[in-house]
Write a protein that binds this ligand. Structure first.
Ligand SMILES: Nc1ncnc2c1ncn2[C@@H]1O[C@H](COP(=O)(O)OP(=O)(O)O)[C@@H](O)[C@H]1O
Ligand SMILES: [Mg+2]
Length: 641
């Protein structure tokens, strides 16, 4: 009772900063690149469509120059047609003016087509490389970058790259050309008036810069928030069963709305920052018009410029002020582009740390199936040592069971055999060759794992089982399912082997999913088969049959069974106990007699006929701490045999 009371009181106050829990690890690994490198990256990926891109920019320049033709036509209209009385010029001038509009529209359309072709092509190229890259990343890559973040990088961030390529570049060209053309034309007409107008421009430019400085960090933050939002959403969707089971919907909603609110706030702040600058810039632009009328009017009255010139000036003030206004947008977009480009570049150039050595052995024939750990120590990137200096050997065709408390490193051993991670020190050898000296392909061809957390694809049962070889004969699929004791329930499903199973195998029980995963692992006809807690959710009866099948597989195979039930392990050739980073190897009888952990498990599971317990303290080490020295003599005999 009292305990219960304590439990109730011990409600911990948790800080409400859930967003930080999503992105902490990820924030630290952003590298910053120089702007020129980012541009080179874009240019590199434009290959194949570079001509379109260049043509797009050229068309932009042409349209920008054309734009100043019409104000010049207005000048002719005023000076020559209206005041000069050359009425016959009216129609040609109007025709030129409409022609200019038509040509401009046409060129603009063409330009958009070119830019889109180039930028979409670039996106496809980058996406392709990133996807291929991700396929070859080692597992620790996914420990660092969460799937939601990868999705942000390949969608939102890539979109900014496209935006940069298809919009920022041409707007910049447009800005520069329009401004230069307008200045040249205005200087040609009246240098004094041009100078008067240009004097206002630095102020507009200054406003743009100030705004940009304020907003740049906000955009980095917005980008990060978006990533948090995606990570949050994807974790919530993937974990929705857990959320429901613990009735934590409210908490999750609150957590999500917190991140959502942060995202909105930052966006609002960025928008408001812009709204504070807009009136100032507009005011300065108005001054430009005011100056044109004031100075231009005076010049016109004293006869320095004609009325047509004044019209030209009024018609071109926008060509001076607009580019200045755009400067802030462009700077903005460049900031967003930079933030996103760095994220994209990081996974674009991410090279797997675990890859083939140049002289790696690519064994085409099957492995014999000998696995050896030689003085292996291992720890994950961030974490304590999981294995400390362990050595052991598994021989071809043996069935080995691995037991140990949760977190003792059983899955880690499987990961090391398949070279999902590399050892910190020591060697893992398959058939006497260090796994680092073999090609990853040959290892993964020979080693098959039915993983602890079963992942099934949204595909048919048949498709899931024949995952390693889609051309596999149906007969063989049935056979594998039978070996995994899955055939019976699969045939009872509405469409048998053609039943589509949901994402992650939704629609199947845990035991059924495990059996399909086992069938998939067997289908690879591996030389080394590892079952990582694959029978935990299977009923005893089925498990017994499964054990039998595994010991009578129709191909040679070293079978490593990680399990918690004595019934799953007692018939194995060897049982390995993993505890505190070291291993003890024995058989059911010897371990039940000497190993405290194994003995405890046996007693908990009410195993009968246990020999008397004789802890092996006489040897100076408690039995569970005995280093592996498994009897090499017996082993060699077995190997030869
Ligand atoms: N990807 C990982 N990154 C960091 N630590 C890990 C990772 N996977 C497992 N660990 C840690 O390594 C230890 C061994 O894990 P594992 O091999 O999965 O144990 P077991 O399968 O025996 O339950 C645990 O303490 C666990 O917290
Ligand atoms: Mg495990």
């Amino acid at each position: 009772m009292e305990k219960d009371g304590n439990l109730k009181q011990k409600k911990r106050k948790r800080e409400k900063t859930p967003s930080s829990s999503y992105a902490d690890g990820e924030r630290k690994i952003i590298a910053s690149h120089s702007f020129s490198f980012r541009i080179k990256f874009v240019w590199h990926n434009l290959r194949g469509k570079r001509p379109q891109f260049i043509i797009g920019l050229l068309l932009t320049a042409i349209t920008s120059i054309i734009v100043i033709v019409n104000p010049y036509m207005s000048k002719i209209l005023v000076d020559d047609v209206i005041r000069g009385g050359k009425r016959d010029m009216l129609v040609p001038v109007l025709l030129v003016m409409s022609g200019v509009v038509l040509v401009k529209t046409g060129l603009h359309m063409l330009k958009i087509v070119m830019m889109e072709q180039a930028s979409q092509n670039m996106l496809m190229a980058i996406r392709k490389t990133i996807f291929r890259n991700i396929q070859y990343q080692e597992m620790s890559f996914f420990d660092k970058i969460k799937s939601g973040d990868i999705i942000t990088r390949t969608t939102g961030d890539l979109e900014y790259l496209r935006h940069f390529c298809a919009w920022v570049t041409y707007v910049t060209v447009d800005m520069v050309v329009t401004f230069t053309a307008a200045v040249v034309m205005l200087v040609y007409v009246s240098p004094v008036l041009t100078l008067a107008l240009i004097s206002v421009l630095p102020f507009i430019l200054l406003c743009s810069f100030i705004y940009n400085k304020k907003v740049a960090p906000l955009y980095r933050s917005i980008r990060q928030r978006l990533s948090d939002l995606n990570v949050g959403a994807s974790e919530n969707i993937n974990g929705n069963r857990v959320v429901k089971a613990f009735a934590r919907e409210e908490y999750e909603k609150e957590k999500f709305s917190h991140i959502n609110g942060q995202y909105m706030k930052d966006n609002m702040r960025a928008a408001f920052a812009w709204q504070r600058v807009v009136p100032v810039i507009d005011f300065l632009a108005q001054i430009l018009t005011f100056l044109t009328i004031l100075v231009g009017g005076a010049l016109c009255i004293n006869g320095s410029i004609s009325l047509g010139d004044l019209t030209l000036f009024t018609g071109l003030t926008w060509a001076l002020s607009d580019p200045m206004r755009q400067v802030s947008n462009i700077l903005n977009d460049m900031q967003r582009f930079s933030a996103s480009a760095d994220k994209v570049i990081e996974i674009y150039y991410a090279r797997p740390l675990i890859c083939d050595r140049h002289n790696a052995v690519d064994t085409k024939e099957r492995f014999k199936g000998k696995v050896e750990f030689r003085n292996v120590s291992f720890s994950y990137a961030k974490g304590p040592q999981v294995l400390s200096n362990v050595s052991f050997k598994f021989y071809p065709n043996e069935t080995i069971a691995i037991m140990g408390p949760t977190g003792s490193g059983k899955t880690t051993i499987a990961n090391l055999i398949a070279r999902f991670y590399d050892v910190s020190s020591g060697e893992v050898l398959i058939d006497g060759v260090d796994v680092r000296d073999r090609t990853l392909e040959s290892i993964h061809r020979g080693v098959s794992i039915a993983t602890q957390d079963v992942f099934l694809f949204s595909d048919t049962v048949d498709g899931n089982i024949s995952f390693c070889n889609p051309d596999m004969e149906l007969e063989q699929v049935y056979e594998c399912a039978e070996l995994a004791c899955a055939d019976g329930f699969i045939r009872r499903m509405p469409e048998g082997y053609n039943t589509i199973i949901g994402e992650r195998g939704v629609g199947l029980s845990g035991g059924q999913r495990q059996r399909i995963a086992l069938a998939r692992a067997i289908a690879a006809i591996p030389s080394i088969l590892i079952l990582d807690d694959t029978t935990s959710a299977v009923d005893m009866e089925t498990e017994k049959k499964m054990q039998y099948n595994l010991q009578h597989l129709p191909f040679h195979c070293t079978t490593i069974i990680i399990a918690q039930r004595i019934s799953s392990v007692r018939n194995a050739d060897k049982i390995m106990i993993l505890e505190n980073g070291s291993v003890t190897i024995g058989t059911h009888d010897s371990l039940a007699r000497t190993n405290r952990y194994y003995r405890n498990v046996c007693e908990l599971q009410k195993i009968e006929d246990l020999p008397p317990f004789e802890p092996d303290e006489a040897n100076g080490s408690s039995p569970e701490k005995v280093k592996t020295g498994f009897d090499d003599a017996i082993a060699t005999e077995k190997e030869v045999g």
